[in-house]
Design a protein around this ligand. Structure first.
Ligand SMILES: NC(=O)c1ccc[n+]([C@@H]2O[C@H](COP(=O)([O-])OP(=O)(O)OC[C@H]3O[C@@H](n4cnc5c(N)ncnc54)[C@H](OP(=O)(O)O)[C@@H]3O)[C@@H](O)[C@H]2O)c1
Length: 250
């Protein structure tokens, strides 16, 4: 299997990559932390991967907005290395400070970029190449936070919702060209992103989410909640009438 991962050093991406670390699998891994990227490449090779190719990149649109072609360049590099791609995973993201985002638009814009615009920029570069190839799967990590804007994290949630809506439309276009698209919606995950939060029973380990991703890819799911208990939880959350929802502080 030939696998391309953006945000490869994320805990969820790392665990997903390691689940694919077996003979015959080749990786192109894109991330911005050189040391952690090199360490992941090493672990994958030690665990049996055929090859790993690191690409060092800051995926945000705003850090280098004078160079929109960078997304095409990374995708070109990945195809040049792998020739064909079976699975693309888009996994980068940040958990912004909601209160700062409410008063500082720069902070909000940064959050919308790292969780939304940059994923769409990547998909814009990836879609034509994957369609030309006529097969393969793209899995994009969004979040349960995108299902309904909550008072405590609606900037992050709205960025993820933007990506989810984008995927709903892009899915049809890719489907007609033989490419499958999956929206992966994790709930609370015990990863560096949530290191500052007090952990409760709803938190899952990154490897549990990785198992959900592997399953969703194998079963060609469209939208996956991982762990699966988040689907009924979100179903209920979405049913709460606005007159009640606006009074809730979560
Ligand atoms: N943790 C949760 O509770 C949770 C819940 C739902 C969805 N998710 C989503 O799951 C995905 C993975 O998160 P995680 O839980 O695995 O957290 P994580 O370990 O903190 O991973 C986030 C990754 O995104 C990378 N990143 C952020 N901005 C970037 C940029 N501009 N360019 C390149 N890389 C960038 C980070 O790189 P650096 O380490 O170099 O900063 C880090 O590797 C994210 O999309 C997140 O929104 C997480």
């Amino acid at each position: 299997m030939n696998i391309l991962i953006f945000g490869a050093t994320s805990a969820i991406a790392d665990a997903t990559a390691m689940r694919h670390a077996s003979a015959g699998n080749r990786f192109v891994l894109v991330a911005r932390n050189e040391a952690r990227l090199a360490a992941l490449c090493r672990r994958l090779m030690e665990s049996g991967a055929d090859s790993t190719e690191p690409i060092l990149a800051d995926l945000a649109v705003l850090t280098d907005s004078g160079n929109p072609a960078k997304y095409d360049e990374w995708v070109e590099q990945a195809f040049a290395h792998l020739q064909s791609i079976d699975l693309v995973l888009i996994c980068h993201g940040t958990l912004p400070d909601q209160e700062s985002c409410e008063t500082d638009f720069e902070a909000a814009l940064e959050a919308l970029d790292s969780n939304g615009l940059s994923a769409i920029a990547l998909l814009t570069a990836l879609a034509p190449k994957m369609m030309a190839q006529g097969r393969g799967t793209i899995a994009v990590i969004t979040s349960v936070a995108g299902d309904r804007g909550r008072r405590s994290n609606y900037v992050y949630g709205s960025a993820k919702a933007m990506v989810s809506a984008y995927l709903q439309g892009l899915r049809g276009k890719l489907h007609s060209a033989g490419v499958h698209l999956i929206d992966i919606r994790p709930g609370l995950v015990d990863s560096p992103m949530t290191a500052h939060l007090r952990k409760g029973p709803l938190f899952a380990a990154p490897d549990r989410v990785a198992a959900g991703i592997v399953h969703a890819v194998a079963r060609k799911r469209h939208t996956t909640y991982t762990p699966a208990w988040w689907r009924p939880i979100l179903w209920i959350v979405k049913l709460i009438p606005n007159t009640i929802f606006k009074r809730l502080k979560f």
